[in-house]
Design a protein around this ligand. Sequence first.
Ligand code: MSP
Length: 503
Amino acid sequence: MSAKNNFYITTPIYYVNDRPHIGHAYTTILADVLARFHRAMGDDVLFLTGLDEHGQKVQQAAQQRGLEPRAHCDELAVRFTDLWKKLGISNDDFIRTTQPRHVQVVQAILQKVYDNGDIYQNEYEGLYSVAEERFITEKEAESGQFRDVRRIKEKNWFFRMSRYQARLVEAIEQNPGLIRPEHRRNEMLGFLRQPLGDLCISRPKSRLSWGIEIPFDRDYVTYVWFDALINYISAPGYLADDEAFSRRWPATVHLIGKDILTTHCVYWTTMLFSLGLPLPATVFAHGWWLSGESKMSKSLGNVVDPLDLIEQHGVDALRYYLMSEMILGQDSSFTVDNFVKRYNSDLANDLGNLLNRVSGLLSRYFDSTVPEPGELTPAEQPIAQAGAVLGGRVAALLQEFKVDNALNEIMNLVRSVNKYMEQQAPWKLAKEDKAAAGRVLYTAAEALRLSLVLLSAVMPTKSAAALEVLGASDSGLDWGGLKPGTRLQAHPPLFPRIETEKK
Ligand code: MSP
């Protein structure tokens, strides 16, 4: 058994009713960044993503394409896995809810919860929103926010969610880290001030056939959310119930968008209570990417396709933009203008420029070889100090899901090194005092190296390329990792400026 820390991170499993867009890409990249960072810190990482393939939305999407649901899912699944490959997503597992390994677990859990007495049958009459796939209240129907509303009377199976309300409130109150950020936690505590109803977890086959059959009543399939949430435990092997599973569960973090807060914080947690399993350490809900000022939606025709951006500017630039632009827990506006601005200022000007300068000057004055650092003077000290503590600061910020702040810390070091270079002017020093020029260039190159090591989780390809230029692939986070005498590799500019006319 290894002594490494378990870091089990999940994304929502996405509906296969359409092609993936920038919102799906965002959550998956965010999870990837955290997974890569934790792997680099030596944690034992399980990074899970996948697809939610059952339910009405998927069945309808398949019908519209004139395909059987399974054939439709198989076709669309490839679009997701292809995109994840292009985006450099390093998931360890990929779950599809139609896989037997998942179906088995869902059925076993239904049986177990039924045997516990937490599932009962009842006749229910109410308003049902086909678009939202759930029963809604009269008040919700009046709000006009729900499409395809019908009055339905039918027998269904219900999960006794209400039984666990008090326990859930207590768990949220006692554990401030369970739901993050804090305003989402408050939102859930507010929601739980009203009495919690039970959850309808079945759909009669007469109305919906595309789902997991309920093992104790074959006329029904399982409600898609009850099915989908279970992926988080079916993937790491709930049924085996062995050491491997207990090592993984509870998950370290479920990353989700704010749109699916209630399903994760109320449905899922009460399901876990009923199963006698511990709650995940954290459910973290991020905000929405808007298209300019408005919500991205297929009907508005303003959905941003990540593939276009990758083709034009490369995957690392897109990953960097998404990670640096969204502030923890808030909505952000996606515009190509912002993207170009951010790219040109941070990647072309600050980072790219530093690499070009350092490697250019070393080539001109030091035969492309890393010089001796010499004795640090007061001019280098702040940089060496900032460099030495940067890894710890970035780790602490990522622990808090402050990815934008972590990137800013790294870029602040890069910017201060650019300033230091201006002040020290090693191109002048090289003619008067070669050792001093070597010291300045070593300091700049070493700070750049450290920055690149820390940027690797966000920009794996470009960081690796730049580290190769410096002859410092696989170097660590201690100051002094760059070895004097190492030869630099020639390279084309890693982040060529985007000329705005071209955009
Ligand atoms: N299938 C459910 C999730 C089940 S999890 C057990 C689902 N799927 S979804 O395809 O609609 O994906 C929703 C998730 O995609 C959001 O929670 C969020 O992570 C991501 N995003 C989709 N659009 C988004 C934006 N415009 N902005 C940011 N993320 C969004 O819900």
